[in-house]
Design a protein around this ligand. Sequence first.
Ligand SMILES: Cc1ncc(COP(=O)(O)O)c(C=O)c1O
Length: 393
Amino acid sequence: MNNRQLFLQHVAQTSDAPLALEIVKAEGMYMWDVNGKKFLDLIAGISVCNVGHCHPAVVKAIQDQAQQYMHLLVYGEFVQSPQVAYAQALTKHLPENLDCVYFTNSGAEAVEGAMKLAKRFTGRTEIAAFNRSYHGSTQGALSILGDEYWRNAYRPLLPGIQHLEYNNYASLELITTNTAAVFAESVQAEGGVIVPQLEWLHALRAKCNATGTLLVLDEIQCGLGRNGTLWAFEQLGITPDILLLGKALGGGMPLGAFISSHNIMWSLTNSPVLGHITTFGGHPVNCAAGLAGFNALLEADLIKDVKRKGELFHQHLQHPAIKAVRSLGLMMAVELENFAVNKKTIDYCIENGVLTDWFLFAPECMRIAPPLIITDEEIIHACKVICEGLDKL
Ligand SMILES: Cc1ncc(COP(=O)(O)O)c(C=O)c1O
């Protein structure tokens, strides 16, 4: 059997039609498959590789840290300098109330930790979240995920969950003094890039303040520069009580985080002690990689060009088959007629060396979320290939 057959036989599948490209090398904006075919990456491993694949500073940080130490002990017992340095760097760029970082292995685990923290801190049990939001695939995260098709097969899920409508004022009435936390994506990604209305978002913040509910912003997909500011909430004019990060946080290695105030986070230390435990969360190699990626993002000032690059995509994505392009920075959804049209175009793009895909809750939309290092020439080329694909429909 060849590698592809072995993959299908022995690696658990979650779809009957995986892309199944066999990639042997990735660098910067590109990936190469086993036959030497080159792909321009328009999705960055789903918003992970913000500084590009295998950034040399990230690779070096991994090598250096692996030579010093890897796993030592479960989370939180030892002073591990890569964790300390990264927590310090992140909090230096965050508002004062977000000064304490709990590192996890993944985005979903950051969501789980934040759900527990909110319950523990407020003494309440109800949680609210939004329709068309994605927060992860573990059972707590799935309970708040905003689409019944994906939840239904796994019931019973957590009780006490309210699903609200994003950008809808009436929904805010469902937030009460029984609500421990509201979980919201700063920009809804898998819903097909839904940007919040600022006034509504401010009303959400005000409602949380009035009811003593913690506002949790999930920036696992949109954080770390993708929307044109380091944190999406900066340009939205509100500050969360808990911030969730993941994906790009590890510079290509697995790392997530929930970040809050020292005061709120302290609830995890007592009654019971060890309120949230992880063996590998904040792995020193991953924190070293993440910090190197974070520094590379800031040092190259990649964020300052994000909005302009987004505009360039808009300028070159002109085609009668495109119904709308929704975006904030380099997080874009190209809306087409339906999934069949989208899939046919995506297949054409991949065939022609441009890697893209669709959104979980918006299958009619093509995803464009490239590494932030993408050049103007690469943007123009990618748009040309997409439009050629649309011509061939
Ligand atoms: C907004 C958002 N939250 C949470 C998650 C879950 O992250 P992970 O897949 O690392 O568990 C994702 C993953 O796509 C996401 O997009």
